[in-house]
Design a protein around this ligand. Structure first.
Ligand SMILES: Nc1ncnc2c1ncn2[C@@H]1O[C@H](COP(=O)(O)OP(=O)(O)O)[C@@H](O)[C@H]1O
Ligand SMILES: [Mg+2]
Length: 244
């Protein structure tokens, strides 16, 4: 569902490259983690996948489609949940979701059905008519996920969906990802929390300084490295110097 070949990116005026020949792949319909410490290049990679940032070199494919050349087809088949909240703060959740659903061309009956279904699933039905700016951090993040789900994409990409949310929201979000994956949809999610990914993911790729450190199935990687956890795998492969 994802193939990345030798991606390179240096932002304008940046001293260091953000991606330096990053290559990795994830199998179809898996629940996959793109992991690494702050500044590793996760958001840059996701931004290239969703067409917000142009790579200096290299290729990337989602569901076999070239991310630069097949944007329209990709847009219909994937959903992207950005790291920052992409909802209008002065509109209610209902208004935001109706607006977004119409952008995807969903008919009004289906759209209403899906909005209600997901508001309920994410525990937001009672706050449907409250403006987003009055939502807590966890509520905003759950609403943000619904916004990319309305067209029920076969591949869902989420950038740090569990960062900075309360324990209950986080638990709910992780459970949702497992369920959505069981329905036959692919998931790619980024996190700097290796322990969380170890429990959630079928496959992971750890990146650091814009390069792949290691990829594979969590259990196999731990066996190969004779480590008890992914965190230990990461520390063994990259050293424990502090990152800023
Ligand atoms: N718009 C930008 N301009 C300049 N440098 C950037 C920009 N966005 C990210 N970077 C730098 O690129 C590197 C990778 O950042 P990012 O992809 O956000 O990492 P991550 O999501 O893994 O924390 C960091 O060193 C960051 O400071
Ligand atoms: Mg990031």
């Amino acid at each position: 569902m994802l193939q990345i070949q030798q991606l390179e990116k240096t932002y304008k005026n940046a001293a260091e490259p953000s991606l330096q020949g990053l290559s990795l792949q994830f199998s179809d319909k898996s629940i996959a983690g793109l992991l690494g410490p702050n500044g590793a290049g996760k958001t840059t990679t996701i931004s290239i996948l969703c067409g917000l940032v142009k790579a200096d070199a290299g290729k990337a494919f989602l569901l076999g489609m070239d991310v630069e050349k097949e944007r329209e087809a990709i847009k219909r088949r994937i959903g992207v949940v950005p790291q920052s909240i992409a909802l209008y703060p002065t509109l209610t959740a209902m208004e935001n979701l109706q607006y977004i659903g119409r952008l995807y061309g969903l008919g009004s009956t289906l759209l209403k059905e899906r909005i209600n279904q997901y508001l309920q699933l994410f525990g937001l039905e009672k706050s449907a008519h409250k403006a987003i700016r009055y939502y807590s951090g966890g509520m905003k993040r759950r609403a943000n996920i619904i916004a990319s789900l309305l067209h029920e994409p076969e591949l869902l990409i989420l950038d740090e969906p569990t960062a900075g949310v309360d324990v209950q929201s986080r638990n709910m979000i992780l459970q949702f990802l497992t369920e959505y994956n069981k329905l036959g949809h692919g998931i790619i999610y980024t996190s700097h929390l290796l322990e969380e990914a170890q429990q959630l993911c079928d496959e992971i790729a750890i990146i650091d300084h814009g390069r792949l450190v290691v990829q594979g199935k969590p259990v196999e990687l731990m066996q190969e490295q004779q480590a008890q956890s992914l965190e230990q795998v990461f520390l063994q492969l990259t050293g424990s110097s502090l990152r800023d």
